[in-house]
Design a protein around this ligand. Sequence first.
Ligand code: SAH
Ligand code: SF4
Length: 388
Amino acid sequence: MSLADPVNLLGYDLRGLTALLAGIGEKPFRARQLMRWLHHFGEADFEQMTDLAKSLRVALARTAVVEAPKLLADSVAADGTRKWLLDVGAGNGIETVFIPEVSRGTLCISSQVGCALECAFCATGRQGFNRNLSVAEIIGQLWWANRALGRDARADKGTGERIVSNVVMMGMGEPLTNFDNVVTALHIMLDDYAYGLSRRRVTVSTSGVVPNIDRLRQECPVALAVSLHAPNDALRDRLVPINRKWPLKELLAACVRYLDSAPREDEKPTPHGVKWQRQGAPRDFITFEYVMLAGVNDRPEHARQLLDIARQVPCKYNLIPFNPFPDSGFERSSPEAIRRFQEILMNAGLIATVRKTRGDDIDGACGQLAGQVKDRTRRAQRRAEASA
Ligand code: SAH
Ligand code: SF4
Protein backbone atom coordinates (compact mmCIF):
# COMPACT_ATOMS: atom_id res chain seq x y z
CA MET A 1 0.00 0.00 0.00
CA SER A 2 1.40 3.41 -0.86
CA LEU A 3 0.32 6.98 -0.34
CA ALA A 4 0.27 7.82 -4.01
CA ASP A 5 -2.16 5.12 -4.92
CA PRO A 6 -4.65 4.33 -2.14
CA VAL A 7 -6.11 0.85 -2.42
CA ASN A 8 -9.87 0.38 -2.41
CA LEU A 9 -10.43 -2.25 0.25
CA LEU A 10 -13.79 -3.26 -1.26
CA GLY A 11 -11.82 -4.87 -4.09
CA TYR A 12 -10.31 -7.64 -1.95
CA ASP A 13 -11.51 -10.98 -0.68
CA LEU A 14 -10.15 -12.36 2.59
CA ARG A 15 -7.11 -13.84 0.93
CA GLY A 16 -6.33 -10.49 -0.71
CA LEU A 17 -6.86 -8.47 2.47
CA THR A 18 -4.66 -10.90 4.38
CA ALA A 19 -1.87 -10.40 1.85
CA LEU A 20 -2.32 -6.60 1.91
CA LEU A 21 -2.11 -6.46 5.67
CA ALA A 22 0.83 -8.88 5.77
CA GLY A 23 2.62 -6.27 3.65
CA ILE A 24 2.44 -3.83 6.56
CA GLY A 25 3.31 -6.46 9.17
CA GLU A 26 -0.22 -7.29 10.34
CA LYS A 27 -1.40 -10.78 11.33
CA PRO A 28 -4.13 -12.66 9.42
CA PHE A 29 -6.75 -12.18 12.15
CA ARG A 30 -6.62 -8.43 11.46
CA ALA A 31 -7.82 -9.13 7.93
CA ARG A 32 -10.78 -11.04 9.33
CA GLN A 33 -11.64 -8.14 11.63
CA LEU A 34 -11.33 -5.68 8.77
CA MET A 35 -13.49 -7.85 6.49
CA ARG A 36 -16.19 -7.88 9.15
CA TRP A 37 -16.14 -4.11 9.51
CA LEU A 38 -16.20 -3.48 5.78
CA HIS A 39 -18.91 -5.89 4.77
CA HIS A 40 -20.77 -7.29 7.75
CA PHE A 41 -21.10 -3.87 9.38
CA GLY A 42 -20.88 -1.85 6.12
CA GLU A 43 -18.44 0.55 7.80
CA ALA A 44 -16.41 2.92 5.65
CA ASP A 45 -14.83 5.03 8.40
CA PHE A 46 -11.66 3.50 9.83
CA GLU A 47 -12.05 5.52 13.05
CA GLN A 48 -15.20 3.54 13.84
CA MET A 49 -13.39 0.19 13.60
CA THR A 50 -12.79 0.25 17.29
CA ASP A 51 -11.23 -3.17 17.82
CA LEU A 52 -8.44 -2.42 15.35
CA ALA A 53 -5.29 -1.01 16.94
CA LYS A 54 -5.09 2.77 16.65
CA SER A 55 -1.82 2.45 14.72
CA LEU A 56 -3.51 0.21 12.13
CA ARG A 57 -6.46 2.58 11.78
CA VAL A 58 -4.04 5.43 11.13
CA ALA A 59 -2.08 3.36 8.62
CA LEU A 60 -5.30 2.42 6.79
CA ALA A 61 -6.53 6.01 6.71
CA ARG A 62 -3.26 7.03 5.08
CA THR A 63 -3.07 4.29 2.47
CA ALA A 64 -6.51 2.88 1.79
CA VAL A 65 -10.07 3.88 0.98
CA VAL A 66 -13.46 2.18 1.17
CA GLU A 67 -15.13 3.25 -2.03
CA ALA A 68 -18.40 1.88 -3.36
CA PRO A 69 -19.88 3.37 -6.55
CA LYS A 70 -21.75 6.62 -5.88
CA LEU A 71 -25.53 6.48 -5.58
CA LEU A 72 -27.33 8.41 -8.34
CA ALA A 73 -30.92 7.40 -7.74
CA ASP A 74 -33.03 5.20 -5.50
CA SER A 75 -36.57 4.20 -6.48
CA VAL A 76 -39.23 1.94 -5.02
CA ALA A 77 -41.94 0.31 -7.12
CA ALA A 78 -45.52 -0.14 -6.00
CA ASP A 79 -44.81 -3.83 -5.29
CA GLY A 80 -41.83 -3.06 -3.03
CA THR A 81 -39.16 -3.80 -5.64
CA ARG A 82 -36.33 -1.34 -5.08
CA LYS A 83 -33.79 -0.12 -7.57
CA TRP A 84 -30.56 1.78 -7.15
CA LEU A 85 -28.75 3.52 -9.97
CA LEU A 86 -25.03 3.64 -9.23
CA ASP A 87 -22.42 5.79 -10.91
CA VAL A 88 -19.48 3.92 -12.38
CA GLY A 89 -17.86 6.92 -14.04
CA ALA A 90 -17.74 8.38 -17.54
CA GLY A 91 -21.48 8.92 -17.58
CA ASN A 92 -22.18 5.23 -17.06
CA GLY A 93 -24.77 3.94 -14.67
CA ILE A 94 -25.41 0.43 -13.42
CA GLU A 95 -28.55 -0.73 -11.77
CA THR A 96 -29.12 -3.05 -8.88
CA VAL A 97 -32.56 -4.35 -8.04
CA PHE A 98 -33.84 -5.76 -4.76
CA ILE A 99 -36.89 -8.01 -4.87
CA PRO A 100 -38.47 -8.61 -1.46
CA GLU A 101 -40.50 -11.76 -1.00
CA VAL A 102 -42.03 -13.40 2.03
CA SER A 103 -39.25 -15.85 2.74
CA ARG A 104 -36.30 -14.23 1.02
CA GLY A 105 -34.86 -11.02 -0.34
CA THR A 106 -33.13 -11.29 -3.71
CA LEU A 107 -30.63 -8.79 -5.04
CA CYS A 108 -30.03 -8.76 -8.79
CA ILE A 109 -26.59 -7.39 -9.56
CA SER A 110 -24.62 -6.45 -12.67
CA SER A 111 -21.19 -7.62 -13.74
CA GLN A 112 -20.41 -5.36 -16.71
CA VAL A 113 -21.33 -2.00 -18.17
CA GLY A 114 -23.25 -3.18 -21.23
CA CYS A 115 -22.59 -6.60 -22.76
CA ALA A 116 -20.73 -7.80 -25.83
CA LEU A 117 -22.85 -10.85 -26.56
CA GLU A 118 -25.72 -9.32 -28.50
CA CYS A 119 -28.56 -11.66 -27.60
CA ALA A 120 -31.35 -10.62 -29.94
CA PHE A 121 -34.02 -9.88 -27.28
CA CYS A 122 -31.81 -8.15 -24.68
CA ALA A 123 -31.72 -4.39 -24.05
CA THR A 124 -28.25 -4.66 -22.49
CA GLY A 125 -26.89 -6.49 -25.52
CA ARG A 126 -28.43 -3.83 -27.73
CA GLN A 127 -26.32 -1.17 -25.96
CA GLY A 128 -23.05 -2.93 -26.71
CA PHE A 129 -20.11 -3.45 -24.36
CA ASN A 130 -18.41 -0.68 -22.45
CA ARG A 131 -16.26 -2.37 -19.79
CA ASN A 132 -15.98 -4.95 -17.04
CA LEU A 133 -16.97 -3.89 -13.55
CA SER A 134 -14.23 -4.03 -10.93
CA VAL A 135 -14.55 -6.24 -7.85
CA ALA A 136 -15.37 -3.14 -5.77
CA GLU A 137 -18.11 -2.16 -8.22
CA ILE A 138 -19.63 -5.64 -8.20
CA ILE A 139 -19.53 -6.15 -4.44
CA GLY A 140 -20.33 -2.43 -3.97
CA GLN A 141 -23.86 -3.22 -5.18
CA LEU A 142 -24.42 -5.64 -2.29
CA TRP A 143 -22.62 -3.31 0.10
CA TRP A 144 -24.98 -0.48 -0.87
CA ALA A 145 -28.09 -2.60 -0.75
CA ASN A 146 -27.30 -3.80 2.76
CA ARG A 147 -26.74 -0.26 3.95
CA ALA A 148 -29.65 1.30 2.10
CA LEU A 149 -32.07 -1.38 3.22
CA GLY A 150 -31.62 0.09 6.62
CA ARG A 151 -29.90 -2.80 8.23
CA ASP A 152 -27.62 -1.34 10.83
CA ALA A 153 -25.40 -4.36 11.14
CA ARG A 154 -24.10 -3.17 14.46
CA ALA A 155 -27.52 -3.60 15.99
CA ASP A 156 -27.64 -7.00 14.38
CA LYS A 157 -24.55 -8.50 15.99
CA GLY A 158 -24.96 -12.23 15.80
CA THR A 159 -28.72 -12.11 15.40
CA GLY A 160 -31.34 -12.41 12.73
CA GLU A 161 -31.36 -12.93 9.01
CA ARG A 162 -29.87 -10.43 6.66
CA ILE A 163 -32.32 -8.60 4.44
CA VAL A 164 -30.52 -9.73 1.30
CA SER A 165 -30.62 -13.52 1.52
CA ASN A 166 -30.07 -14.30 -2.16
CA VAL A 167 -27.95 -12.80 -4.90
CA VAL A 168 -28.50 -13.42 -8.59
CA MET A 169 -26.02 -12.22 -11.18
CA MET A 170 -28.75 -11.42 -13.67
CA GLY A 171 -28.31 -7.68 -14.10
CA MET A 172 -26.27 -6.17 -16.88
CA GLY A 173 -23.46 -8.11 -18.46
CA GLU A 174 -22.22 -11.65 -18.87
CA PRO A 175 -20.60 -12.62 -15.55
CA LEU A 176 -18.49 -15.40 -17.04
CA THR A 177 -16.68 -13.01 -19.40
CA ASN A 178 -15.57 -10.96 -16.36
CA PHE A 179 -14.45 -14.12 -14.64
CA ASP A 180 -11.71 -13.11 -12.19
CA ASN A 181 -13.55 -10.10 -10.79
CA VAL A 182 -16.78 -12.04 -10.49
CA VAL A 183 -15.10 -14.94 -8.67
CA THR A 184 -13.39 -12.60 -6.18
CA ALA A 185 -16.74 -10.88 -5.57
CA LEU A 186 -18.38 -14.30 -5.09
CA HIS A 187 -15.75 -15.19 -2.46
CA ILE A 188 -16.70 -12.03 -0.55
CA MET A 189 -20.43 -12.83 -0.80
CA LEU A 190 -19.85 -16.30 0.61
CA ASP A 191 -17.32 -15.35 3.29
CA ASP A 192 -18.68 -15.70 6.82
CA TYR A 193 -16.77 -12.59 7.87
CA ALA A 194 -18.44 -10.62 5.09
CA TYR A 195 -21.96 -11.52 3.89
CA GLY A 196 -22.03 -15.21 4.77
CA LEU A 197 -24.40 -16.11 1.94
CA SER A 198 -24.97 -19.78 1.26
CA ARG A 199 -23.59 -20.81 -2.10
CA ARG A 200 -26.97 -22.32 -2.86
CA ARG A 201 -28.39 -18.82 -2.61
CA VAL A 202 -25.90 -17.16 -4.91
CA THR A 203 -26.68 -17.71 -8.58
CA VAL A 204 -24.51 -16.96 -11.58
CA SER A 205 -26.49 -16.67 -14.79
CA THR A 206 -24.66 -17.28 -18.05
CA SER A 207 -25.60 -17.31 -21.69
CA GLY A 208 -23.26 -20.29 -22.10
CA VAL A 209 -19.54 -19.44 -21.92
CA VAL A 210 -18.64 -23.13 -21.79
CA PRO A 211 -14.95 -23.06 -20.72
CA ASN A 212 -15.75 -20.69 -17.87
CA ILE A 213 -18.62 -22.85 -16.65
CA ASP A 214 -15.91 -25.46 -16.03
CA ARG A 215 -13.65 -22.90 -14.34
CA LEU A 216 -16.48 -21.72 -12.10
CA ARG A 217 -17.09 -25.28 -11.01
CA GLN A 218 -13.45 -25.62 -10.05
CA GLU A 219 -12.90 -22.21 -8.50
CA CYS A 220 -16.16 -21.22 -6.85
CA PRO A 221 -19.18 -23.41 -7.47
CA VAL A 222 -22.42 -21.59 -6.77
CA ALA A 223 -25.91 -22.19 -8.12
CA LEU A 224 -25.91 -21.99 -11.92
CA ALA A 225 -28.58 -20.60 -14.22
CA VAL A 226 -28.15 -20.99 -17.95
CA SER A 227 -29.96 -18.78 -20.44
CA LEU A 228 -31.24 -21.42 -22.81
CA HIS A 229 -34.04 -19.53 -24.61
CA ALA A 230 -34.21 -22.02 -27.50
CA PRO A 231 -34.45 -25.81 -27.63
CA ASN A 232 -32.41 -26.35 -30.81
CA ASP A 233 -29.25 -24.95 -32.38
CA ALA A 234 -30.93 -23.33 -35.37
CA LEU A 235 -33.10 -21.10 -33.18
CA ARG A 236 -30.50 -20.60 -30.46
CA ASP A 237 -27.90 -19.48 -33.02
CA ARG A 238 -30.29 -16.66 -33.82
CA LEU A 239 -31.40 -15.67 -30.31
CA VAL A 240 -28.20 -16.27 -28.33
CA PRO A 241 -25.35 -15.83 -30.85
CA ILE A 242 -22.70 -17.28 -28.51
CA ASN A 243 -24.37 -20.60 -29.39
CA ARG A 244 -22.50 -20.51 -32.70
CA LYS A 245 -19.27 -20.81 -30.73
CA TRP A 246 -20.48 -23.28 -28.10
CA PRO A 247 -23.54 -25.11 -29.44
CA LEU A 248 -26.12 -26.91 -27.32
CA LYS A 249 -24.32 -30.24 -27.26
CA GLU A 250 -21.25 -28.64 -25.67
CA LEU A 251 -23.31 -26.43 -23.37
CA LEU A 252 -25.37 -29.34 -22.06
CA ALA A 253 -22.24 -31.42 -21.50
CA ALA A 254 -20.75 -28.55 -19.45
CA CYS A 255 -23.97 -28.43 -17.40
CA VAL A 256 -23.67 -32.14 -16.66
CA ARG A 257 -20.03 -31.68 -15.61
CA TYR A 258 -21.05 -28.79 -13.39
CA LEU A 259 -23.46 -30.99 -11.48
CA ASP A 260 -21.08 -33.90 -11.37
CA SER A 261 -19.77 -33.84 -7.82
CA ALA A 262 -22.10 -33.16 -4.95
CA PRO A 263 -20.90 -31.19 -1.93
CA ARG A 264 -20.59 -32.70 1.52
CA GLU A 265 -22.50 -31.07 4.33
CA ASP A 266 -19.82 -31.82 6.95
CA GLU A 267 -17.01 -29.94 5.24
CA LYS A 268 -14.79 -27.82 7.46
CA PRO A 269 -14.18 -24.14 6.78
CA THR A 270 -11.17 -23.34 4.62
CA PRO A 271 -8.51 -20.86 5.77
CA HIS A 272 -10.40 -18.21 3.80
CA GLY A 273 -13.51 -18.71 5.87
CA VAL A 274 -15.33 -20.32 2.98
CA LYS A 275 -17.56 -23.12 4.20
CA TRP A 276 -16.39 -26.00 2.05
CA GLN A 277 -13.18 -27.62 1.00
CA ARG A 278 -14.13 -29.95 -1.79
CA GLN A 279 -15.49 -28.30 -4.83
CA GLY A 280 -18.84 -29.37 -6.20
CA ALA A 281 -22.11 -27.93 -7.37
CA PRO A 282 -24.20 -26.71 -4.44
CA ARG A 283 -27.41 -27.73 -6.11
CA ASP A 284 -28.28 -30.85 -8.01
CA PHE A 285 -29.97 -29.11 -10.92
CA ILE A 286 -29.34 -26.33 -13.41
CA THR A 287 -31.94 -23.59 -13.78
CA PHE A 288 -32.64 -23.07 -17.46
CA GLU A 289 -33.97 -19.59 -18.19
CA TYR A 290 -36.29 -19.37 -21.15
CA VAL A 291 -37.56 -15.99 -22.32
CA MET A 292 -41.03 -16.32 -23.84
CA LEU A 293 -41.13 -14.63 -27.27
CA ALA A 294 -44.46 -14.67 -29.09
CA GLY A 295 -44.40 -16.89 -32.17
CA VAL A 296 -40.63 -17.41 -31.96
CA ASN A 297 -39.85 -19.99 -29.28
CA ASP A 298 -43.17 -20.50 -27.51
CA ARG A 299 -44.87 -23.21 -29.55
CA PRO A 300 -45.80 -26.63 -28.13
CA GLU A 301 -43.14 -28.31 -30.28
CA HIS A 302 -40.49 -26.14 -28.60
CA ALA A 303 -41.71 -27.26 -25.19
CA ARG A 304 -41.54 -30.87 -26.33
CA GLN A 305 -37.94 -30.36 -27.45
CA LEU A 306 -37.16 -29.04 -23.97
CA LEU A 307 -38.30 -32.36 -22.54
CA ASP A 308 -35.51 -33.99 -24.47
CA ILE A 309 -32.97 -31.56 -23.00
CA ALA A 310 -34.28 -32.33 -19.50
CA ARG A 311 -33.52 -35.99 -20.13
CA GLN A 312 -29.87 -35.03 -20.61
CA VAL A 313 -29.43 -32.49 -17.76
CA PRO A 314 -31.17 -32.45 -14.36
CA CYS A 315 -32.90 -29.08 -14.53
CA LYS A 316 -35.71 -26.74 -13.70
CA TYR A 317 -37.18 -24.37 -16.23
CA ASN A 318 -37.82 -20.73 -15.44
CA LEU A 319 -40.05 -19.18 -18.07
CA ILE A 320 -39.51 -15.42 -18.32
CA PRO A 321 -42.19 -13.31 -20.02
CA PHE A 322 -40.26 -11.09 -22.45
CA ASN A 323 -39.77 -7.49 -21.28
CA PRO A 324 -40.36 -5.38 -24.35
CA PHE A 325 -38.19 -2.39 -25.22
CA PRO A 326 -38.36 0.02 -28.19
CA ASP A 327 -37.49 -1.52 -31.59
CA SER A 328 -36.76 -4.92 -30.05
CA GLY A 329 -38.61 -6.67 -32.87
CA PHE A 330 -40.12 -9.15 -30.40
CA GLU A 331 -43.35 -9.44 -28.47
CA ARG A 332 -44.16 -11.10 -25.19
CA SER A 333 -45.96 -14.44 -25.47
CA SER A 334 -49.60 -14.35 -24.44
CA PRO A 335 -50.47 -15.61 -20.95
CA GLU A 336 -52.34 -18.45 -22.66
CA ALA A 337 -49.28 -19.51 -24.70
CA ILE A 338 -47.10 -19.38 -21.59
CA ARG A 339 -49.63 -21.46 -19.64
CA ARG A 340 -49.81 -24.10 -22.37
CA PHE A 341 -46.03 -24.22 -22.64
CA GLN A 342 -45.64 -24.60 -18.88
CA GLU A 343 -48.26 -27.34 -18.84
CA ILE A 344 -46.38 -29.47 -21.36
CA LEU A 345 -43.29 -29.30 -19.16
CA MET A 346 -45.14 -29.94 -15.94
CA ASN A 347 -47.21 -32.79 -17.35
CA ALA A 348 -43.91 -34.51 -18.08
CA GLY A 349 -43.01 -34.20 -14.40
CA LEU A 350 -40.64 -31.26 -14.71
CA ILE A 351 -40.53 -28.19 -12.52
CA ALA A 352 -41.36 -25.13 -14.60
CA THR A 353 -42.01 -21.76 -13.01
CA VAL A 354 -43.10 -18.54 -14.66
CA ARG A 355 -41.18 -15.51 -13.47
CA LYS A 356 -43.42 -12.85 -12.01
CA THR A 357 -42.86 -9.48 -13.61
CA ARG A 358 -41.79 -7.31 -10.74
CA GLY A 359 -41.05 -3.62 -10.50
CA ASP A 360 -42.55 -2.89 -13.91
CA ASP A 361 -43.22 0.73 -12.98
CA ILE A 362 -39.50 1.37 -12.31
CA ASP A 363 -38.17 -0.72 -15.22
CA GLY A 364 -36.80 -3.09 -12.61
CA ALA A 365 -36.89 -6.14 -14.80
CA CYS A 366 -33.94 -8.16 -16.04
CA GLY A 367 -32.73 -7.07 -19.42
CA GLN A 368 -34.10 -3.61 -18.72
CA LEU A 369 -31.45 -2.46 -16.29
CA ALA A 370 -29.96 0.93 -17.14
CA GLY A 371 -31.67 0.51 -20.48
CA GLN A 372 -32.34 4.21 -20.75
CA VAL A 373 -28.94 5.48 -19.70
CA LYS A 374 -27.05 5.42 -22.94
CA ASP A 375 -26.13 3.57 -26.08
CA ARG A 376 -22.66 2.50 -25.10
CA THR A 377 -21.13 1.95 -28.50
CA ARG A 378 -23.49 4.09 -30.51
CA ARG A 379 -24.65 0.88 -32.10
CA ALA A 380 -28.21 2.19 -32.45
CA GLN A 381 -26.93 5.32 -34.13
CA ARG A 382 -24.82 3.28 -36.56
CA ARG A 383 -27.79 1.06 -37.25
CA ALA A 384 -29.97 4.10 -37.97
CA GLU A 385 -27.28 5.59 -40.21
CA ALA A 386 -26.90 2.32 -42.11
CA SER A 387 -30.62 2.07 -42.75
CA ALA A 388 -31.00 5.77 -43.71
N1 SAH B 1 -25.66 -12.37 -19.27
C1 SAH B 1 -26.27 -13.28 -18.40
C2 SAH B 1 -26.94 -12.66 -17.20
C3 SAH B 1 -27.69 -11.37 -17.38
S1 SAH B 1 -29.20 -11.41 -18.25
C4 SAH B 1 -27.24 -14.17 -19.14
O1 SAH B 1 -27.54 -13.89 -20.28
O2 SAH B 1 -27.66 -15.16 -18.56
C5 SAH B 1 -30.33 -12.17 -17.09
C6 SAH B 1 -31.49 -12.89 -17.75
O3 SAH B 1 -32.41 -11.96 -18.35
C7 SAH B 1 -31.03 -13.81 -18.87
O4 SAH B 1 -31.69 -15.05 -18.83
C8 SAH B 1 -31.43 -13.02 -20.07
O5 SAH B 1 -31.52 -13.81 -21.21
C9 SAH B 1 -32.74 -12.41 -19.65
N2 SAH B 1 -33.20 -11.31 -20.47
C10 SAH B 1 -32.47 -10.47 -21.21
N3 SAH B 1 -33.25 -9.59 -21.87
C11 SAH B 1 -34.52 -9.88 -21.53
C12 SAH B 1 -35.78 -9.32 -21.87
N4 SAH B 1 -35.89 -8.27 -22.67
N5 SAH B 1 -36.88 -9.90 -21.34
C13 SAH B 1 -36.78 -10.95 -20.51
N6 SAH B 1 -35.61 -11.50 -20.13
C14 SAH B 1 -34.49 -10.99 -20.65
FE1 SF4 C 1 -25.46 -10.22 -22.52
FE2 SF4 C 1 -27.04 -11.82 -21.04
FE3 SF4 C 1 -28.07 -9.76 -22.48
FE4 SF4 C 1 -27.11 -11.92 -23.73
S1 SF4 C 1 -28.89 -11.84 -22.33
S2 SF4 C 1 -26.72 -9.79 -24.32
S3 SF4 C 1 -25.39 -12.46 -22.44
S4 SF4 C 1 -26.68 -9.61 -20.74
